[in-house]
Design a protein around this ligand. Sequence first.
Ligand code: C2E
Ligand code: CA
Ligand code: CA
Ligand code: CA
Length: 279
Amino acid sequence: AKEQGRNNYQFYTAAMNSHASELLMLENELHQALERGEFVVYYQPQINTNTGKIAQMEALLRWQHPEFGLVSPAKFIPLAEENGLIIPIGEWVLRTACTQIKAWQDAGLPPLSVAVNLSARQFQQPNLVEIVARVLQETGLENHFLELEITESVAMQNVDFSRAILQELHNMGVSISMDDFGTGYSSLSYLKKFPLDKLKIDQSFVRELATDPNDGAIIAAIAALGKVLNLTMVAEGVETEEQRDFLRSLECEYMQGYLFSKPLSPQDATELLQNYRSS
Ligand code: C2E
Ligand code: CA
Ligand code: CA
Ligand code: CA
């Protein structure tokens, strides 16, 4: 038993070490990823299910590492958040996404807006508003084509500061969307104080719709809340027709998920938009 205990322990530390060294290695590589041009922004359509048309694209970052392959943002965003690299990386995503959307508009494709994710660290930088304003000016994208997605935990970290920043962005014509709604902590009174345009219902509620009746009730409650606050409702992670139909019955008209499209490379997204125009 002792022997086994020791083996377990060894196994445990080995796994821990390999995890720790994997993280270290990733972090080292992350420092150079931007200048090596290893990042790509993918685009996932958001559908207006009343018209069936694409209303918007969400910009989702991908790291294409020459050896490790495609590294998931779930893995490297927290690292970048911790070491501060998210600041230059986030600005690059913003600039790249605005440039792409403007290029599609200039090519005569149907005008879309773009949603860009903001992490906690980015949101706390004192010059965020100036950075956003500068990127919009330099790329020539009209302000109302940009939406910024924040999460409840980001907004709730410093409520007065958050509200002031969001208000400034909103006054510029930038839309504000609350991402992963329902997973964090936010009181309804705060929700009312933030200048929000959208609530994105977290995909964890959508995923279990068929199996967990509570999730249906939660989504119905969120949709009712969104209606009272006059917010656009978006459901994420919609994979099946059943989920789509249920969400439509709640008048949640905007949806994003594999049922409609996975996040697409810039090339694939361009093709989709071109075919879509000619169809
Ligand atoms: P998120 O903002 O909640 O993005 C939605 C995630 O759900 C994306 O994962 C997307 O690919 C995935 N997804 C979309 N539809 C479906 C579906 O039908 N089924 C399932 N199972 N998944 C679906 P992704 O691209 O791996 O991104 C993960 C997270 O990483 C994002 O969650 C976001 O929090 C973060 N992230 C991605 N790009 C950026 C970025 O540029 N900046 C920041 N700060 N965070 C980012
Ligand atoms: Ca998001
Ligand atoms: Ca989300
Ligand atoms: Ca999420």
